[in-house]
Design a protein around this ligand. Structure first.
Ligand code: LER
Ligand code: MN
Length: 284
């Protein structure tokens, strides 16, 4: 199987090492690319960043959307908002990230669907919303997603819907939810990104979820159940890799762990080695 490996730069937020020190280490450990944080950079910063990456023979796989409560701006990026001003801000954000992705030579940008605060109560009883409730909230976004997908297509970038678990946002939580939205939007430029950390909470089965969306699956985020590198927790990456082989997945696997200063070199080394060891796990 022809797998390509990336790591999200958002994983390095707590790490005190300059990028120029971290990049050669990533290359040496077997990473092919990095996924860049979806925030503003000046043209000058971008140019020097691209130069540094190229010098280490690393690519940009894509741009990670900063949604939810990642930072103070992320909260206003709500594509399911009923407020026209907020919607405009969210659309502008997607457009900026598509442009950033194109400038960096990346392939994809992930979208997570957030609504206005108070739309749903934080659910301390761990319930999910009914299919009808989700549909009522998400269907307003279909024309927006269609026009953003067209914009992304014109820039050579794929827009990927990433289902998140119910505690982040309850409107698109499963592969089936994302598939429903993709079918309704009906744009060949809108695909799906599955994240094993969120899947662990929401899906009945890793294999069934991957198989269900195989024609739309253009990126995977890998983290274990504890949001550390694969192999540190109890997720069944054997079955995940086996299913990815079965569907002949040949896109990026982007590791998206929460790294800690004390252990991050070892984690990055052990995690990719563990997954590379499962690369040829038989589909039979
Ligand atoms: C957030 O939990 C996440 O998984 C990110 O990929 C969202 O951009
Ligand atoms: Mn993710």
């Amino acid at each position: 199987m022809e797998m390509k490996y990336s790591v999200t730069l958002s994983s390095f937020i707590e790490i005190f090492e300059s990028l120029t020190q971290a990049l050669p280490m990533l290359k040496q450990l077997g990473y092919d690319a990095i996924e860049v944080i979806g925030e503003d950079n000046s043209r000058k910063e971008l140019d020097s960043f691209i130069e540094t990456l190229t010098s280490y023979d690393l690519k940009v796989s894509g741009v990670t959307g900063m949604w939810g409560n990642f930072n103070s701006m992320a909260g206003s990026r709500r594509l399911l908002s009923v407020d026209i001003g907020v919607l405009k801000t969210a659309k502008k954000y997607v457009i900026r990230c598509i442009e950033l992705c194109r400038q960096l030579g990346g392939q994809e940008f992930n979208i997570c669907l957030f609504a206005d605060p108070g739309t749903t109560m934080p659910d301390i009883n761990h319930r999910v919303l009914s299919h009808e409730h989700k549909l009522k909230v998400v269907e307003k976004s279909f024309p927006i997603l269609r026009s953003l997908s067209n914009y992304a297509r014109d820039h050579g970038v794929l827009l990927l819907l990433e289902p998140l678990n119910r505690y982040a946002t309850p409107f698109c939580c499963t592969a089936a939810d994302a598939l429903h939205i993709c079918n309704a939007v009906d744009s060949p430029n809108l695909g799906i990104l599955l994240d094993t950390f969120h899947m662990n909470i929401e899906e009945n089965s890793f294999s069934h979820a991957i198989e269900l969306v195989k024609d739309f699956l253009f990126n995977m985020h890998f983290a274990d159940n504890n949001r550390k590198m694969p192999g540190s927790g109890h997720l069944d990456f054997r079955s995940i890799m086996k299913t990815l082989n079965e569907i002949d997945y040949q896109r990026y696997i982007s590791f998206e762990p929460t790294l800690e200063q004390i252990s991050y070199h070892d984690s990055l080394r052990e995690g990719i080695a563990y997954i590379k060891g499962l690369e040829n796990i038989s589909a039979s």
